[in-house]
Design a protein. Structure first.
Length: 352
């Protein structure tokens, strides 16, 4: 293996600390070609599809990548904005705001954002941070609940990048924050704010991204952490058991995934005559295809077709101040012990 060439060491060069926010990914544009490139990278990850490569890759390249890109591109086109993909826009904005929040507290930290699949790639942003003089890097995946298919995949990608480096920065990872008090309170404030403006529902549905059900037996903590997040959020909102439900969305393939499934649950609620349903997606920090198109369009349509009367989608945390304060607090807890250029007596963040 050939390691990447390094510039000559300058003993006087300041050593800096960096934070890399990582999200899942998005195509560069809502076209079949761009979506095909994105899906090929995403679905080739053995963390995402745990099927033997010899069996899976012919299916992926011979069938899925021939039919699904055009379908997915049409869905992306429904939510694409003038600024680009909503996921990319919100993640970049969160990185910029996080640097400001940390700077206000006296911490001179470089913050960048990356996508696990697509652009800006994780490896390219690590290269940039290193070129900017970062000798200490905190990698913060924006996945509140740990899953091998998401969080661990980020660690894999960082490891692959690290394997090519001659001089490695110190590395830390945020593995999960499903029960972080700032995160839970930010979700609660988002929901309370929506209810203040739009009234309250008869039922609140908390929809998390699904994963194959067998991951529970394989030791993945994702299901348990989703349940804990939901219970903590319900308690923070003061909801009784009969006022909220936990569901899982975005099922892929024929295998059994975590249940109950979101769309069938909403259709059942419609048939049962529940007057108003609000849906929130606590596992998604930023609005994206899965929230804007799947939940706010497809599931809404299914609910109404089943006779549902009133359906509300509550947006993700995005750039809400309570969330940005919580994210700053989360980052600083994991940066403890590293020099960040904090001024003497700098104000420490208070969880929102």
């Amino acid at each position: 293996m050939r390691f990447q060439a390094e510039p000559a060491v300058d003993a006087g060069q300041p050593q800096r600390t960096g934070v890399l926010l990582v999200n899942l990914g998005t195509p560069d544009s809502p076209t079949a070609a761009a979506t095909r490139r994105y899906l090929a990278e995403f679905l080739s990850d053995p963390r995402v599809v745990e099927i033997p490569r010899a069996a899976w890759l012919p299916i992926l390249h011979g069938l899925i990548l021939r039919t699904r890109p055009a379908q997915s591109a049409a869905k992306y086109a429904k939510v694409w904005t003038k600024e680009g993909s909503p996921l990319a826009v919100w993640t970049a904005r969160q990185a910029a705001l996080l640097r400001g929040y940390l700077g206000e507290r006296g911490h001179q930290v470089i913050v960048r954002d990356a996508m696990r699949y697509g652009r800006p790639s994780l490896a390219s942003q690590l290269d940039v941070l290193k070129a900017e003089g970062c000798t200490r890097l905190l990698v913060l995946p924006l996945y509140p609940q740990y899953s091998a298919s998401t969080t661990a995949s980020v660690v894999d990608a960082v490891g692959a990048w690290a394997a090519r480096q001659r001089r490695l920065p110190e590395l830390r990872f945020v593995g999960e924050f499903h029960d972080d008090s700032g995160y839970i309170e930010a979700l609660a404030r988002r929901i309370r704010g929506y209810w203040q403006d739009n009234g309250r529902p008869d039922k609140l549905v908390m929809s998390f991204h699904g994963v194959p059900a067998r991951t529970i037996q394989l030791g993945d903590p994702y299901h348990a952490q989703c349940r804990q997040t939901a219970h903590l959020l319900a308690a923070r909102l003061g909801l009784d058991d009969g006022q909220w439900l936990l569901t899982f969305q975005s099922r892929f393939g024929r295998a059994r995934w975590l249940e109950p499934y979101t769309q069938p649950t909403l259709e059942r609620l419609a048939r049962e005559g529940v007057g108003r349903v609000d849906v929130v997606c606590p596992g998604f920090i930023s609005d994206c295809l899965e929230t804007l198109e799947e939940i706010d369009m497809e599931v809404r349509q299914a609910f109404e077709a089943a006779g549902g009367r009133e359906y509300h989608y509550i947006p993700c945390l995005n750039d809400q101040p309570a969330w940005m304060a919580a994210l700053a607090g989360l980052a600083l807890r994991h940066l403890q012990g590293w020099p960040t250029g904090a001024a003497p007596g700098a104000r420490q963040p208070i969880s929102a």
